[in-house]
Design a binder for this molecule. Structure first.
Ligand SMILES: NC(=O)c1ccc[n+]([C@@H]2O[C@H](COP(=O)([O-])OP(=O)(O)OC[C@H]3O[C@@H](n4cnc5c(N)ncnc54)[C@H](OP(=O)(O)O)[C@@H]3O)[C@@H](O)[C@H]2O)c1
Length: 255
């Protein structure tokens, strides 16, 4: 199949593309900085040409800043419109476990993006994932430079991006679900414990300090809304084993 992936330069996209190419598909990477298929979801520029002949679109774009709604919500509307015109038969939206239960602005934007996809004309599937090991390791490495690790007291169920990518590829190859699946890691761990594991495996000296999470968003996170009790797909690679295998370093080198 001809499959377009939006978010050509992103963490997840690279692994989804590798997975789909290994399965024999013709994969096209689209994003603002893509040399071959530049597109901008905030304006719609480039979408018509880039989607020509594509059967499936995987939306793995992201923005958690000021342009989040313009990219994810308005961007999805523009993308679905271009897909309809190009005759795309399956739209796969990558999303986040718990986004409909969390009150922070990024989660609300992701939930709104899901609604746009669900209400759109293109047959759809939504693949929700928990936080990637890569994302947590990057945050810890950044904070670790200052020899302090400010970590909240919240449960997470982090998953390796390769395992998330396999699940996204499985969905992209199949019939549209007109529904969601949830992909999680093998275990629920407190973020403080993940920081302890990171320190122990990397041998970095950094002081763990509690990061208060006040308000409704903090309460919702402490209640475990970033985890899933009944996931559809559960990864096998634990955070500490993933770190020991050197994946954090490989990922940074690949970027
Ligand atoms: N990170 C996590 O822990 C995590 C966990 C669960 C689910 N997810 C979901 O997984 C998806 C991908 O996340 P990620 O962390 O892999 O993202 P990422 O590394 O931040 O990559 C985002 C991608 O989006 C592209 N992009 C941004 N704005 C764009 C625009 N206006 N037009 C076209 N492309 C644009 C970027 O490329 P250019 O800059 O070249 O445009 C980049 O390739 C998101 O839906 C996210 O919600 C992430």
């Amino acid at each position: 199949m001809k499959i377009a992936i939006i978010g050509a330069t992103g963490t997840l996209r690279r692994h989804v593309a590798e997975e789909l190419r290994a399965r024999g598909h013709d994969v096209r990477g689209l994003s603002r900085r893509s040399p071959d298929h530049p597109v901008d979801l905030t304006t719609g520029a480039g979408l018509d040409t880039a989607l020509k002949d594509c059967e499936v679109v995987v939306d793995a774009s992201n923005n958690s800043g000021r342009r989040a709604a313009a990219t994810l919500v308005e961007g999805s509307r523009r993308l679905l419109e271009a897909e309809r015109a190009a005759g795309v038969g399956h739209h796969v939206c990558v999303s986040v476990v718990g986004c409909d239960r969390l009150p922070d602005s990024y989660s609300r934007t992701k939930a709104e993006q899901e609604r746009v996809v669900q209400d759109g004309d293109v047959p759809w599937s939504i693949v929700r994932g928990t936080q990637f090991h890569e994302f947590v390791a990057d945050l810890l490495a950044m904070a670790g430079r200052w020899r302090v690790l400010p970590v909240p007291d919240i449960p997470l169920q982090t998953v390796a991006v390769t395992e998330m990518a396999k699940a996204v590829a499985d969905v992209a190859e199949g019939e549209p679900l007109r529904g969601r699946i949830e992909v999680v890691g093998p275990e629920v761990s407190n973020a403080r414990d993940l920081a302890r594991q990171w320190r122990s495996v990397t041998g970095r000296h950094a002081l763990r300090i509690p990061l208060p999470m006040p308000g409704k968003a903090g309460r919702a996170l402490r209640e475990g809304n970033y985890t899933s009790e009944h996931p559809d797909v559960q990864g096998r690679l634990r955070f500490a084993d993933w770190l020991r295998a050197g994946h954090a370093q490989n990922e940074r080198t690949a970027r």
